[in-house]
Design a protein around this ligand. Structure first.
Ligand code: PLP
Length: 456
């Protein structure tokens, strides 16, 4: 299986040809999902005792399976938080795989971890955190949030009297679902500030004042959002940070989506206060144009993360030995064995320079503002709220949830676009509305107009 023969060389060339083709394509085909039974019928048995051969498996992948996927970098994919990995980062993802680097410990992965750390230094510099702040790349925002919450909880346990019970965190209803999901994982309660709009310091103070004695004793962290997923709203990080400092609460900022915009001069001021955070999540696989999967968690005091996450085991002792000096990424987040997933970001940053990143991020913000202007020209469309970061919410007058659903499915089934509805509270009503999130700088005004035309 591991022997290199002529067939393997040919297969590798075939795979490379495919990769080159895909990397250089700006508008990949927008595939559509198929039912599992249909895919099974089309490809048959692929896992067999003798193997079906690389050529056949690859052909099935190209002819059938890839066509049942929606490429995240399609310029008319404006749903979720889409993605748009740079060509350089995708190319270097291949190199990352081919290099087989273990990214847990410096002793094994020094060269790769060095590159990750160079990219991380730039990321940390965007946050305004003090010099000794540092972070690691994770599998995504969920893992980054979890790693930060574990660190916060462990710090609380060690430093607060009477902290042996169940912990409690405060966040807003605009926070990402992963915050509530990860709170479940670590078994802490979540008290929600009921606002999808900007959570402010006043909101937080009122909520803290409202807690009963037991809850106040269990409260150890506040989680603010630096760019809500639904609407791009940035909480009052300054006001919230100040209260956290006064009340000695861990301050986490989930900037998984919005964090890339720290590099954009036009909106950087909106993040004022992020420099007070104890930990920050930023997902390079969202607005820093990295391939999946690449999140990041940054700590004001990385030593606290190390105390919470370092794994011990006799077979690991040698990697933690004093003589094996160097930075061990596995000490700072939940995962042990890890891919050096920051490597594609490093290469891309090194190749293009950080100014290109600034430009591409500013373009996403500009596209949201331009789309808002274009929406104003359609009599049957109206904005639900002004654009925020690269998100806009708007409504098609007269449409209900079913209409939005049909619109999504029609555009997808025609291989035209992936645009989806969401819900947002307007004047106390939880309304179904349309949402665009712009990441891909290759999205054009023609793309936007063509999508809006499908709502006539
Ligand atoms: C604000 C925010 N936090 C966390 C996440 C979860 O990130 P991931 O999907 O990379 O785990 C997302 C994903 O959209 C997000 O927007």
């Amino acid at each position: 299986m591991h022997k290199v023969d002529i067939d393997l060389v040919e297969m590798t060339l075939d795979v490379m040809k495919y990769a080159i083709n895909r990397i250089t394509k700006t508008t990949p085909e927008l595939g559509k999902p198929k039912k599992e039974e249909e895919l099974k019928r089309l490809v048959g048995e692929t896992i067999t005792p003798d193997g079906i051969g690389g050529e056949k498996a690859f052909q099935l992948f190209k002819d059938v399976l890839i066509k049942a996927t929606v490429p995240i970098d399609h310029p008319r994919h404006l749903a979720f938080v889409p993605a748009s990995p740079t060509r350089a980062s995708v190319m270097f993802d291949l190199v990352t795989s081919a290099s087989n680097i273990h990214g847990a410990y410096w002793m094994e992965g020094a060269g790769g971890i060095f590159c990750e750390n160079e990219a991380m230094k730039w990321l940390v510099s965007l946050t305004g955190l003090p010099e000794k702040a540092f972070g690691v790349f994770t599998s995504g925002g969920t893992a980054a949030n979890l790693s930060a919450m574990v660190t916060a909880r462990e710090y609380w346990r060690k430093n607060k009297e009477g902290s042996s019970g169940k912990g409690l965190v405060i966040t807003s209803s605009g926070a990402h679902s992963s915050i509530k999901a990860m709170a479940k994982v670590i078994d802490v309660d979540v008290v929600l500030i009921e606002t999808e709009d900007r959570m402010t310091g006043n909101h937080l103070q009122q909520k803290i004042d409202f807690l009963n004695q037991d809850q106040r004793k269990r409260l150890f962290a506040v989680i603010a959002t630096g760019g809500t997923t639904n609407a791009g709203i940035i909480d009052d990080l300054d006001g919230i940070g100040e209260i956290c400092q006064k009340q000695k609460l861990w301050f986490h900022v989930d900037a998984a989506y919005g964090g890339g915009a720290l590099a954009a001069d036009s909106v950087r001021h909106l993040f004022k206060g992020i420099e007070q955070a104890d930990s920050i999540t930023i997902d390079p696989h969202k607005w820093l144009f990295s391939p999946y999967d690449c999140g990041a968690v940054i700590y004001r005091n990385p030593q606290l993360a190390k105390e919470a996450h370092s794994q011990e085991g006799s077979y690991l002792d040698i990697f933690n030995d004093e003589d094996a000096e160097g930075f061990n990424p596995s000490d700072y987040q939940i995962q042990l064995t890890r891919r050096v997933r920051g490597l594609p970001l490093w290469f891309s940053l090194a190749m293009y320079g950080t100014d290109k990143y600034k430009w591409a991020i500013e373009r996403g913000i500009e596209l949201a503002n331009l789309a808002a202007d274009i929406i104003g020209e359609y009599p049957n469309l109206e904005l639900v709220r002004p654009p925020s970061l690269s998100c806009i919410l708007y409504r098609r007058k007269g449409w209900g949830p079913e209409d939005y659903k049909k619109w999504t499915y029609k555009n997808l089934s025609e291989g035209f676009a992936l645009v989806t509805p969401t819900k947002y509270t307007v004047n106390g009503i939880y309304e179904t509305v349309a949402r665009f999130c712009f990441i891909n700088p290759d999205t054009t005004l023609e793309d936007i107009t063509a999508i809006l035309d499908t709502m006539k």
